[in-house]
Design a protein around this ligand. Structure first.
Ligand code: MG
Ligand code: MG
Length: 256
């Protein structure tokens, strides 16, 4: 069942969403050559603590991983797609891209968002990968309106990505969000005919998150059981927003 939220609940989700935006905006400004992904983690955890929010990722576990995720951020560099772990050993260098994904729980409600940030000068192909991934998210957000269907969102991402010569990841998907970080429905970045195609209604809140590979769509998970990487070693980009469906159209809760 897809839980629909009242306007009072959406206002709470807005507060969580804005905190996530503030954190990502701060971290984006910190990204440069020589910075470690662990420094980003420390800053994010401090900001969550100062705001009285609970980190949504730290302590999160899945049956596949079998362990609790130990950080407040997922930092996924270059061929890492999602669920990369911050590390004092991971020093960012010019030409890298780093996906920073984070979520908080504030007053009982979750916000979840991700950005991919270039480090110094990046190649033209990688710049285009980031641009196309960001565009696919914006186009999908515009479909988050009452009366449309879930597949409108899924298909929009897939079409824009493939039309530009990149591929969508199939093993990881977006999700409904609210009083739980992961609620129904699942939101693949392609049309999965095995899934239902519900009509979108006011009060639904969706975390839409295109994960786009420069090369082949294949993925594997590293022995740490969390870090998902591209099979072919090529770069992958990831952008995400938490979006409420309202009578006035999409309300992106995770940006001002
Ligand atoms: Mg996320
Ligand atoms: Mg998410």
């Amino acid at each position: 069942m897809i839980v629909r939220k009242s306007m009072a609940e959406l206002e709470k989700m807005r507060a969580a969403g804005l905190l996530v935006w503030q954190i990502l905006n701060k971290l984006k400004g910190m990204v440069q050559e020589g910075v470690t992904t662990y420094e980003l983690e420390v800053e994010a955890e401090k900001m969550m603590h100062d705001a009285g929010a609970r980190p949504a990722f730290k302590g999160y576990s899945t049956p596949a991983a079998g362990t609790k995720f130990p950080f407040v951020l997922c930092t996924s560099v270059n061929d890492e797609i999602v669920h990369g772990m911050p590390s004092q050993k991971r020093v960012l260098k010019a030409g890298d891209i780093v996906s920073i994904d984070t979520g908080v729980q504030l007053n009982g409600y979750y916000g979840d968002s991700a950005i991919t940030v270039p480090v110094g000068e990046i190649s033209e192909e990688t710049r285009r990968l980031l641009e196309v991934t960001r565009e696919s998210l914006e186009l999908a957000i515009d479909k988050a309106r009452p009366g449309n269907r879930l597949f409108d969102i899924c298909g929009t991402v897939e079409r824009h990505v493939t039309a530009n010569g990149f591929t969508v990841v199939r093993e990881f998907v977006g999700h409904g969000i609210g009083t739980h970080m992961h609620e129904e429905p699942q939101i693949p970045n392609y049309i999965d005919r095995k899934n239902e195609n519900p009509r979108l209604k006011e009060g639904m809140v969706l975390a839409i998150e295109p994960m786009v590979n420069a090369g082949a769509p294949g993925t594997r998970v590293r022995p740490d059981r969390w870090t998902a990487v591209t099979e072919d070693g090529k770069n992958s980009a990831h952008f995400e927003h938490t979006v409420a469906i309202t009578a006035n159209g999409p309300w992106v809760l995770t940006r001002p």
